[in-house]
Design a protein around this ligand. Sequence first.
Ligand code: NAI
Length: 333
Amino acid sequence: MKALVYSTHGFDRPFLEAAANGHELTFTEQPLDAQTVSLAHGFDAVLLFTSDHAPADVLQKLHAAGVRYLSLRSAGFDHVDLEAAYRLGLRVANVPAYSPYAVAEHAVMLLLALSRKLQRSIQLSLQNDFRLDELVGWELHQKTIGIVGTGSIGSAFARIMAGFGCRLLATDLVVNAELQLQLKITYVDFYDLCRSADVISLHCPLTPATRYLFSAPVFRQCRRGVVLINTARGAIVNTADLLDALDDGQVSAAGLDVYEHERGLFFCDYSHRPIRDALFERLRSHPRVLLTCHQAFLTREALESMARLSIDNLTQWETTDSCVRELTPQAMS
Ligand code: NAI
């Protein structure tokens, strides 16, 4: 197939070139949007990243340009209007579980860095201040960890936390029976999880049901001093409400790899231009927020797997007219 790779970055191009498997790949650094959709003229397929945006009007133009296949270089699919794609006859597939360990380990890294005050420790040592008074941490052992979503990443995270000797609570639309059996994880109602957990880690997709799942009324029901880890999608959390909850101590710390308004900001170089986002400034400068910029997936293993699977989606469509990773609008419910 002739495929246009939108939002190409230095970190993923070599992996995609190595995985091409006879497909003719053309690379652009431009993200897909209403302006750049014209670049796709004459291509059979586009390969999209999380920073690309494919609402109904963009999909309509992709279809008019002759594109029939969208292969997502991501597990998340909230940046594509699946219903509109389905109506237009556009085929969409993602790369689920390309490396759940990459994201799960990053979530653990954020949690450990917060629990042992790593950011402050680095700041102080760079100032030649080696006193420990501000650096008293807390142990994960025997803490209650609440996991929202026990799919590929949530279950990898659960297995790691079990190794720390944590008590595991989970909430999901479906119970993962294997995980329940192996780890003694207890499935509870969402609000019970919020009330009981010392740490809450988010691993569900962004859907209409999970948008702003965590906002002021839910923070008020959480255990005072809860730690929130979000490596899933920014808009699952109302950022302004999170900052208020951090300020009044209801949330003691937040480790975030995603931000609700990250499109057009993350993955870009702003070192020579201003960032006009007061909410983001407030978030990243908060002393009890540890923020990484959507890099949880960024391991060699995950990039290799992401490239191989997103190309395999094209091969499957070309050779069998079907694809095991094809998404339908039901994925959004
Ligand atoms: P998955 O599909 O294997 O698991 C998601 C789980 O969430 C499923 O078990 C599902 O039933 C559950 N779920 C759905 N709605 C829910 C709700 N309302 N409440 C509780 N649980 C709910 O997906 P996977 O691979 O584990 O990825 C999870 C999310 O992580 C992705 O949707 C994506 O947004 C995010 N992600 C972030 C990355 C990063 O670099 N920060 C990289 C990869 C994924």
